[in-house]
Design a protein around this ligand. Structure first.
Ligand SMILES: NC(=O)c1ccc[n+]([C@@H]2O[C@H](COP(=O)([O-])OP(=O)(O)OC[C@H]3O[C@@H](n4cnc5c(N)ncnc54)[C@H](OP(=O)(O)O)[C@@H]3O)[C@@H](O)[C@H]2O)c1
Length: 273
């Protein structure tokens, strides 16, 4: 769907809001249709001067004038801002929350009318337009709300709809996932240095290999095992490398990492349920 002529506001102008607003501008939206509020005057000044978007110094005034309101404050501040804005939301507004671990029911508990709520779990690669965003719909969310969410978050990466009960698993997989990937990249670049490469060359080769491999999975629509087999010739070098990874339990380690992070997410968000 087109977001032209739709007013979009971010409540909270931190790192994630900046990534989203930049992505929306890059995707062709006029900065004049974008709004931000923040308790930090310096963030409003920065975002309005760099992105040329509209600064608003009152959350309720922001809520009253936008078609899409994105709650982008830390999870601990969501209750406070919802209490502040719930009586001011413009008719037909879609409320989107990116606050990690904050359930849709919690947000809906503040509403005075049945607004469409969408919960989104983005990740840090949104900062470079390659985010992985999982999206869940609230009780009153209609097709228009889902379409709006898909359009907004497609501007900073790829989106997937998931039932809300999978959000802790999403947090463990794609939310925390960049850290797993960075650890793998650090180890690969150390390995290249150990073999005699300069750090720069080793890191470039490692990162480009991860980027290219992910792109093949996304664009060739093949199972990763099929693509892995394409690189693995009988009695060749890759087969030796894979043997070492199997011996040290790479698959188990990654599955366990997601499991542990998902459980931790459930513990953290449990207090709001
Ligand atoms: N960063 C990530 O990788 C990531 C990934 C997934 C989800 N998220 C979610 O995205 C949300 C935003 O994350 P972030 O990293 O962008 O946070 P952030 O940098 O702390 O940005 C939040 C901004 O909102 C401001 N704020 C706090 N209370 C406010 C209020 N009552 N009214 C208006 N503004 C207020 C904060 O000011 P103060 O600093 O003074 O409090 C800060 O400038 C979080 O809920 C987080 O769980 C982030």
């Amino acid at each position: 769907m087109s977001l032209q002529n739709i007013k979009i506001g971010c409540l909270g102008g931190g790192a994630m809001a900046e990534a989203l607003l930049s992505g929306l501008i890059k995707s062709g939206l006029a900065p004049g249709s974008l709004y931000v509020s923040d308790i930090r005057r310096e963030r409003l000044d920065y975002l309005s001067s760099v992105l040329k978007i509209n600064p608003v110094d009152d959350n309720s005034i922001l809520a009253a004038q936008v078609d899409i309101l994105i709650i982008a404050v830390k999870p601990s501040a969501v209750g406070r801002v919802m209490a502040e804005i719930s009586g001011s939301l413009a008719a037909g507004c879609t409320l989107m929350s990116i606050a990690a671990g904050v359930p849709i029911k919690y947000i809906e508990s503040f509403l005075k009318a049945p607004f469409g709520v969408i919960r989104v779990m983005p990740n840090t690669p949104c900062l470079v337009g390659e985010g992985a965003c999982a999206v869940s719909s609230g009780t009153y969310a209609a097709a228009v709300d889902r379409d709006r969410a898909s359009a907004v978050f497609s501007s900073v990466g790829r989106t997937a709809e998931v039932p809300e009960e999978l959000m802790d698993a999403v947090t463990g997989l794609s939310g925390s996932g960049p850290a797993y990937m960075f650890m793998i990249l650090e180890a690969l670049s150390d390995a290249g240095v150990r073999e005699g490469m300069s750090r720069d060359v080793s890191l470039l080769l490692s990162a480009q290999t991860m980027l290219g491999s992910a792109k093949m999975v996304l664009e060739k629509n093949e199972h990763p095992a099929v693509l892995k087999n394409m690189v693995t010739s009988p009695a060749g070098t890759t087969a030796e490398g894979l043997l070492a990874l199997e011996k040290k339990g790479l698959r188990y380690a990654l599955m366990k990492a997601v499991d542990k992070a998902a459980k931790r997410s459930k513990e953290i968000s449990g207090s709001l349920k």
